[in-house]
Design a protein around this ligand. Structure first.
Ligand SMILES: NC(=O)c1ccc[n+]([C@@H]2O[C@H](COP(=O)([O-])OP(=O)(O)OC[C@H]3O[C@@H](n4cnc5c(N)ncnc54)[C@H](OP(=O)(O)O)[C@@H]3O)[C@@H](O)[C@H]2O)c1
Length: 242
């Protein structure tokens, strides 16, 4: 398969890129960190250094890729970042940074991958959101809202791309131990390592699931909480992750 993965220079994306390449697939890895990308290149992975927030740069890369690649069978849009908000000093610039990293980069990535997915016989578009997008969590005003936007975007894409036979999968991870969560200053219930997350995601993609969420014990609780009346989860939210 021809597989493109964004945010492949670190964490979950890196785990997936290494694992798919080891299984013999043609992997195209996108990230910004050149040193990390050079390490992937040694493993036979084609690397593209690209800031996905920069639409002009993405369009330039899209023109190049369309000339060199016949098609894409699987695109995993995973690049993202998390910053928590301190409500005592509300910072609109933080909201913009997080939306740029998670939502705008996602939209720009779609320009890159959709034309190539359309050329595959079994195209699969996968996007990484988060359980933070299910319901409001403390300090996640920016991150949670950006991931809720990704969940909505993916569900809408699933509807609109169905007539073109492009399967769309949403990945909603709980806590995975990566550089992104290493910054967290709170306990992370049921946190798993990158290898475990990679295995779950790959299995879910193979099974063509429309949603892959994990770890189950955490996502079950969060999904059940989401069924409660808004007043209840607003109250309970005060006692969840800080
Ligand atoms: N870890 C978790 O517990 C968890 C839970 C739920 C959801 N997620 C989501 O999973 C995804 C991967 O997270 P992770 O934990 O693996 O984080 P990570 O280790 O920090 O990796 C993030 C990746 O995104 C890339 N990236 C960020 N901004 C970019 C940009 N503007 N242009 C190109 N690449 C960009 C980074 O590239 P460079 O480093 O090269 O800049 C890096 O490869 C994110 O979308 C995150 O929100 C993670």
């Amino acid at each position: 398969m021809n597989i493109l993965i964004t945010g492949a220079s670190s964490g979950i994306g890196r785990g997936l890129a290494v694992s798919y390449a080891a299984a013999g697939h043609n992997v195209i890895a996108i990230g910004r960190n050149k040193v990390a990308l050079d390490e992937l290149a040694i493993l036979g992975i084609s690397c593209i250094q690209l800031d996905l927030v920069n639409l002009d740069a993405v369009r330039e890369q899209s023109a190049l890729l369309n000339k060199t690649l016949n098609n894409l069978d699987l695109a995993i849009l995973n690049a993202g970042n998390c910053e928590y908000l301190d409500i005592s000093s509300f910072d609109a610039a933080l909201i913009k940074r997080v939306f740029d990293a998670n939502v705008i980069s996602f939209a720009n990535s779609l320009e890159l991958v959709l034309p190539l997915l359309r050329k595959s016989r079994n195209p699969h578009l996968v996007g990484v959101a988060s359980i933070a997008g299910y319901l409001p969590l403390s300090r996640a005003e920016a991150y949670g809202a950006s991931k809720a936007a990704i969940i909505y975007l993916l569900d809408t894409l699933a509807i609109d791309l169905a007539k073109e036979n492009i399967l769309v999968t949403t990945i909603n991870p709980g806590f995975v131990k990566t550089p992104l969560t290493a910054k967290n200053d709170f306990p992370m219930p049921f946190a798993i390592d990158v290898n475990a997350a990679t295995r779950i995601i790959q299995r879910g993609i193979e099974q063509k699931k429309i949603e892959i969420h994990f770890p189950f014990r955490l996502t079950l609780v969060i999904k059940l909480l989401g069924l409660l009346p808004r007043r209840w989860w607003r109250y309970l939210g005060k006692f969840l992750v800080r």
